[in-house]
Design a protein around this ligand. Structure first.
Ligand code: GRF
Length: 203
């Protein structure tokens, strides 16, 4: 796996108060939690839009605070994001990492955490934006794909790139096998990229 930027950031001092937004399994949340001591993250909580998501169990097991804001209870993105921002502020989050957050960020969220809202996407952006990035890569026949951590901007899977990791596509890969390899790269990349982004903003 080729990772850029390749340097391992130093531990953040003071630590950053970091929250995660997740909708599903939460393996990236777990990777961030695992690396919290190494990089100086104070993991203040997880906000989840899906009451049945496995990430809630992962958070519970690790003793990390979680909050559910169910998008189905809101009329549109603005009111939903207002509730999400309220929870993030209550948790005292300075930075926010989207990790499998399946909602499009509205200006309410973007403005509240301008340049402090990160996302991870399972492709080498700007290739294969949007849903099913792994399937898109397979169908395109690329031999190298990967994952990207970027600062979130209004367009989907767009914004300044913080870090990328390259992942080879093997003969006979299907979506599951390729996504598994990309996931492994994400778990290394995301915590280091969060630390890198926070360090850069403090310089
Ligand atoms: C990851 O592949 C991420 O790139 C994408 O959604 C997936 C989330 O996986 N945005 P997990 O919930 O962190 O396991």
């Amino acid at each position: 796996m080729l990772v850029a930027p390749p340097d391992t950031p130093q531990k953040l001092d003071p630590p950053v108060r970091l929250a995660v937004l997740a909708s599903g399994s939460g393996s990236n949340f777990a990777a961030i939690a695992e690396a919290a001591d190494q990089f100086g993250f104070e993991l203040v909580g997880v906000v989840c839009n899906n009451p049945g998501a496995y990430v809630l169990e992962r958070a519970h097991r690790r003793g990390v605070t979680s909050r559910v804001v169910d998008h189905r209870e809101f009329e549109g993105r603005g009111p939903f994001d207002s509730a999400v921002v309220r929870e993030l502020r209550n948790l005292g989050a300075e930075w926010v990492a989207m990790a499998g957050w399946m909602r499009i960020a509205s200006p309410v969220l973007l403005d509240a955490f301008h340049d402090r809202l990160l996302n991870i996407h399972p492709s080498l952006l700007p290739s294969f934006r949007g849903l099913d990035a792994v399937g898109q890569a397979l169908r395109a026949g690329v031999r190298i794909t990967g994952c990207t951590v970027h600062i979130v901007r209004p367009a989907v899977d767009d914004g300044p790139i913080v870090a990328q990791a390259a992942v080879p596509v093997h003969d006979g890969d299907d979506e599951e096998s390729l996504h598994k390899r990309i996931h492994a790269a994400e778990h290394t990349l995301y915590p280091a990229a969060v630390a890198h982004a926070v360090h850069s903003s403090r310089r």
